[in-house]
Design a protein around this ligand. Structure first.
Ligand SMILES: [Fe+2]
Ligand SMILES: [Fe+2]
Length: 156
């Protein structure tokens, strides 16, 4: 049974767990889907991130368990990453890069809200975990902002 002071934190941890798993699916799909030499770095980077995002999901699941929450199965999940669906045009790396930046922005915001909820509940361990994960997502966002700058420059 989740302690009432941790209810908000656990609810947000479950939301983040769902988002990480959706990210795993969409990074995996896009890491295979794109074509062309311009897509090489984006594909390699997404393939590497699949493992990292899955690691985040595992860390979140462990924390949900410790706080006595229930880790959801697939049928309790919601899938919302519209902008990360593999594009019809397999050369359209810009849409994938923009989708990644949007997903990372969403993750950064969500981790910030978990940090705040955990701090309010007097739970520095969850706040610390989510601070580290937030740092990883900021790194991903920066990497893909660099790809976006290059991809847009190449289109001129
Ligand atoms: Fe992540
Ligand atoms: Fe990420």
């Amino acid at each position: 049974m989740v302690d009432s002071k941790n209810e908000k934190t656990v609810e947000l941890l479950i939301k983040a767990y769902n988002a990480e798993l959706e990210t795993v699916m969409n990074y995996l799909a896009n890491s295979m889907h794109l074509d062309g030499f311009r897509a090489k770095h984006v594909k390699d980077s997404l393939a590497a991130d699949v493992t990292e995002e899955l690691g985040h999901a595992q860390q979140l699941a462990a924390r949900i368990k410790i706080l006595e929450g229930k880790i959801p199965g697939s049928q309790a999940m919601q899938w919302t990453q519209t902008s990360l669906q593999p594009p019809a045009d397999q050369l359209d790396i810009v849409s994938v890069i923009k989708g990644v930046i949007e997903a990372e922005e969403g993750a950064i915001e969500l981790y910030q809200s978990i940090i705040e909820a955990a701090e309010e509940a007097g739970d520095p361990v969850t706040a610390d975990l989510c601070t580290t994960i937030k740092g990883d997502e900021e790194e991903h966002r920066r990497e893909f902002k660099g790809y976006l700058a290059e991809a847009e420059a190449m289109l001129v």
